[in-house]
Design a binder for this molecule. Structure first.
Ligand code: AMP
Length: 249
């Protein structure tokens, strides 16, 4: 089974983002960057599916600055077989990413593309759905369980009030949710081995895709500071305060 896993390099989830003084975006200079956590889950799932299916290939792809190579090496150290880096000078929006992935899918013909449900930097949550639309493929989004059998993939999704399972004919798109699996750490020997795995360098022009931005960021601001709370002595006092605020009757 052939699997394609797009992985994005983002600000590490432990780092508190700082907004640039001119309000044009988040300051990414000298901060720790890592693989988007939902993409780690996608790589892990691909490795497990390859194991279960008794073989196949996992191709990881990242679109971004040249340093995204580090993110791809991490995916290779986890167990992916081969990587494609599409170096883009400027930030590529979800539609641009989806169009590049569409072109890569045309070249690679994977059975399944597994993406994260969202990249934690911009919280767009769009790329997998757009890719499914562009390809005309079925999509199982926010997956908490994925089972492949007989040319189909059953995707269990956490929805309001329970679990929904959808059955898709392969090839298909899956996006990962948090509870799908717990990604492995790459061992030191595998980190060393990953350095020798193939990594192809490409540009958007190689795929004939226009990645010019369509959105204009007007302003980025820090969230407002939380007001200090008040400790109340008892429930009566709490109710009085809520009444005074017009929240309780
Ligand atoms: P988003 O729609 O930006 O929230 O991203 C959803 C998913 O699309 C991510 O979890 C990745 O799997 C994939 N993705 C988005 N942007 C990129 C990128 N620049 N390079 C590789 N994969 C990406």
């Amino acid at each position: 089974m052939k699997l394609l896993v797009p992985v994005k390099r983002v600000l590490d989830y432990n780092v508190k983002p700082r907004v640039k003084a001119d309000g044009s975006g988040v300051d990414l200079s000298n901060v720790k960057m890592s693989m988007n956590p939902f993409d780690e889950i996608a790589v892990e799932e691909a490795i497990r599916l390859r194991e279960k299916s008794g073989g196949g290939e996992i191709v990881v792809v990242s679109i971004g600055e040249a340093k995204a190579q580090e993110t791809l090496r991490t995916a290779l150290a986890m167990g992916a077989d081969r990587a494609i880096l599409v170096v883009a000078e400027q930030k590529v929006e979800p539609l641009g990413v989806a169009k590049l992935l569409q072109a890569i899918v045309a070249e690679e013909s994977p059975d399944l593309v597994i993406l994260g449900k969202q990249a934690i930097d911009d919280d767009m949550g769009q790329t997998g759905q757009m890719l499914a639309g562009l390809l005309g493929w079925g999509q199982g989004t926010f997956a908490s369980k994925v089972e492949v059998a007989d040319g189909k993939v059953a995707v269990t999704r956490e929805v309001d009030g329970g679990l929904e399972t959808v059955s898709l004919t392969l090839p298909a798109i899956v996006t990962t949710d948090l509870r799908l699996n717990e990604p492995r750490y790459a061992s030191l020997p595998n980190i060393m081995k990953a350095k020798a795995k193939p990594l192809a360098n490409k540009t958007p022009a190689d795929y004939g895709v226009d990645v010019a931005p369509r959105l204009e960021t007007l302003k980025v601001v820090e969230p407002g500071k939380r007001q200090a709370g008040v400790v109340v002595a008892n429930v009566d006092e709490l109710v009085m305060k809520l009444q005074a605020m017009g929240i309780a009757k």
